[in-house]
Every structure is written in C-alpha cells, then in structure tokens.
Write a protein that binds this ligand. Structure first.
Ligand code: NAD
Ligand code: UDP
Ligand code: UDP
Length: 332
C-alpha cells in the first residue's frame, strides 16, 4: 500500500497481528491511528512506533462509539486465543458484534473502506476439508467457543448487510492460525505454548491424541495478504481465506519445536478442549486468484524468529543456533 496523507485506523493495533500491521503501514507512509483497550495487546508491541509523527495510539474500547476522521479501517480488535476469548465470553461477543456495529457506523459516516479480521473459526469443526469460502461451516452455537465463532459470524453478517444496505466498501478476511514474534507468551495458543514450554524445559502439552491438524501462517505473510485485500478493487468484498495451506498435526508441531529449540522437554498428553476442531486447512485458491497472494514462509523458517523472540521475552538471551528475528521491534 503506498498512500500519502491517508488516515488508517487499526483497531486492536497493539495486539499481535495489529502491531505488525501498524508497523508496515507506518513504514509505507500512511498515517496510522491505533485504537486498543490493551485487553490482550501491550504497549510494548507498539513501543517502536511511539514518537513517530505518523503514528498515534488511543486507549479505547470498540464496544463504545468512536468519532474520528479516517479513510480506511482495519477492524482487528478481538481476543483471538481460546484462553483469552473464553475468559470473559460476554465481552468477547460484544467486542465482535458491538465493535463491528460501531466501526461500520464510523465507516458509513466517513465513507471509509473497512476490512474485518474474520476467522477460520466461522467454519467451526468443519465437515469439508480443506475449507473454501462457500462452505457455511459447522459451529456449535452454545459451546465454549461460540462467543468467538458466533460473534465473528455475526460480524460478517453485519459487514455484508452494511455493504448491501448502505453501499459500504467492505473486505472480509478469514484468517487461519497465524504465529510469529509478539504472540503473548501466556495466551495459551499452541505455538506460543509449545515454544515457551520447550525453552523452559517444561513438558510439551499435546491436547488429545495430537492427531488434530492446523495450518500455520507466518505473520509477515498474513500482513501481506491483509494489505493486498484492502487494496483490492472496490467491488471485491471477500470473504477471502488468508492462511498457509500446509497442514501439520499437533504432534508434528511439537517435534519440530523440540528440534528447533534443541530442548529435551518430553511430550505429555492433556485433555482435548470441548469443540476443538479436528482438522483445519485453508483453500487459498480465491486469495491466489484475486490478490496474487500466497504465503512464502515455511513453518520451520517462521518458527526461528518466533523462538528467538520468546527467548528474549523469557529473559533467556539469544541462542547461537537460532537466526536473528526478522521483526525485532517491540521485543520486551
Ligand atoms: P491479539 O489478542 O494479540 O490482538 C487483539 C487486540 O485487540 C489486542 O491488542 C486487544 O487488546 C484488542 N482488543 C480486544 N478487545 C478490544 C476491545 N473491546 N476494544 C479495543 N481493543 C480490543 O490477537 P491477534 O492474534 O493479533 O488477532 C487479531 C485479530 O485477528 C482478531 O480479530 C482475531 O480474531 C483475528 N484472527 C487472528 C488469528 C490468529 O491466528 N492470530 C486467526 C484468526 C483470526
Ligand atoms: N458510530 C460511531 N462513530 C461514528 C458513527 C457511528 O461509533 O462516526 C456508531 C454509533 O454509536 C452507532 C453505530 O455506530 O450506534 C452504528 O451507526 P449507524 O449510523 O449505522 O446506525 P444508527 O446511528 O442509525 O443507529
Ligand atoms: N493445543 C495443544 N496444546 C496446547 C495448546 C493447544 O495441543 O498447549 C492444540 C489445541 O487443542 C488445538 C490446536 O492445538 O487442537 C490449536 O490450538 P490453538 O489454541 O492454538 O488455536 P485454535 O486453532 O484451536 O483456535
């Protein structure tokens, strides 16, 4: 994206993905307003941007109205890890639904183009594999994941209704599991858990029998996809899957993390959480055709800077065997 004097709002901009997005936007010359209530995001994530004249951070909860003047909105605000979004499930639904209404109201008043960070969770525990955008999903509406899944599904509904009813320019990205530096060490997601456990020499907790699958996208690749989607022609609404189509079992991930960290941690089995999807892999045909986008970072390569980041975050110092992180800003 190469714009001059364009004002870009990033909600959830102090979070894991949001902070990488803010950084890329500022670097490409955009004026960025980062709005965050710091529920799961941190000021450390955006520390490198504070003081840059093109960057402004505002503490604000998107469930309340927001009156600012902007040209584009990336709506990223929402806790994303199951541990965090289940901590206060009512607030999670409010963030997705009230947050979407407020940001869409803002887009309607300012005529801003608006992108929604939706999720592969809209497919639930899928009965079709891999998941392509026309699939309607298989979601338990009353289970522990519903606050997130149904909140995000309702947000998609609102986006498409504002598009049809108010002619808003919308973009819906269905993001699949993304990882990289600045993930929260305690967020309970599988990549951060395994890396932190391996680095500390603690047991690696594989839930269930470890044969469930996920497909992991490195954050730099994902941000490329978000920027391309935002820049796509005005009539292109999505939804568009953004993720890495290479699929791993959780046992394979555990082994890879052990190898790359050189850890002697052992693997232990723990109970599988309720409604945990058995398999997940994006069909990215649409993204490839529309956006000329596909991820370029293999899991092994993306894990190296991620491990280096967690080493520093845990105060373990750099390891000789691990490459320097690609994104060092915000390293605590
Ligand atoms: P994250 O938890 O690091 O970031 C979310 C950010 O939103 C945090 O900074 C948090 O403080 C902020 N936030 C939460 N509630 C808010 C509220 N009410 N008002 C203002 N700010 C609020 O998570 P992430 O991984 O960076 O995810 C970013 C977005 O991408 C989320 O919308 C998430 O649902 C979506 N997503 C992420 C993944 C992934 O694998 N990381 C996958 C699918 C979708
Ligand atoms: N809104 C906002 N900022 C704006 C404009 C609207 O936060 O600049 C909020 C406002 O709280 C409103 C919501 O967005 O409730 C939806 O706005 P819309 O105009 O669609 O609905 P209405 O105001 O008619 O209820
Ligand atoms: N998982 C695991 N051990 C952990 C954390 C997660 O085996 O310490 C599993 C979890 O059961 C799921 C997968 O890893 O099958 C991905 O979990 P995560 O919370 O990262 O994201 P999800 O894709 O389920 O939202």
């Amino acid at each position: 994206m190469s714009g001059v004097n364009r004002r870009i709002l990033v909600t959830g901009g102090a979070g894991f993905i949001g902070s990488h997005l803010c950084e890329r936007l500022v670097r490409s010359g955009e004026d960025v307003l980062c709005v965050d209530n710091y529920f799961t995001g941190t000021r450390a994530n955006i520390a490198a941007l504070i003081g840059d004249p093109r960057f402004e951070a505002m503490r604000h909860d998107v469930t309340f109205p927001l009156y600012v003047e902007v040209d584009r909105i990336f709506n990223m605000a929402c806790p994303a890890s199951p541990v965090h979004y289940q901590h206060d499930p009512v607030q999670t639904t409010k963030t997705s639904v009230h947050g979407a209404i407020n940001m869409l109201g803002l887009a309607k008043r300012t005529r801003a183009r608006i992108l929604q960070a939706s999720t592969s969770e809209v497919y639930g525990d899928p009965r079709e594999h891999p998941q392509a955008e026309p699939y309607w999903g298989h979601v338990n509406p009353i289970g522990p994941r519903a606050c997130y899944d149904e909140g995000k599904r309702c947000a998609e509904t609102l986006f498409f209704d504002y598009h049809r009813q108010h002619r808003l320019e919308i973009k819906v990205a269905r993001i699949f599991n993304t990882y990289g530096p600045r993930m929260h060490p305690n967020d309970g997601r599988v990549v951060s858990n395994f890396v932190v456990q391996a680095l500390r020499g603690d047991p690696i907790t594989v839930y269930g029998d470890g044969t469930q699958t996920r497909s992991f996208c490195y954050v730099d690749d994902l941000v490329d996809g978000l920027l391309k989607l935002m820049d796509s022609p005005g009539d292109e609404t999505g939804p568009v899957n953004l993720g890495n189509p290479v699929e791993f079992t959780m046992l394979q991930l555990a082994e890879l993390v052990l190898t790359l960290t050189g850890s002697s941690s052992r693997i232990v089995k723990a109970p599988l959480p309720a409604d945990d999807p058995k398999q997940r892999r994006p069909d990215i045909t649409r993204a490839t055709k529309l956006l000329d986008w596909k991820p370029t970072t293999p899991l092994e390569e993306g894990l190296k800077p991620t491990i280096a980041y967690f080493r520093l975050a845990l105060g373990l110092g750099p390891a000789r065997s691990i490459h320097a992180p690609r994104a060092a800003a915000g390293t605590p």
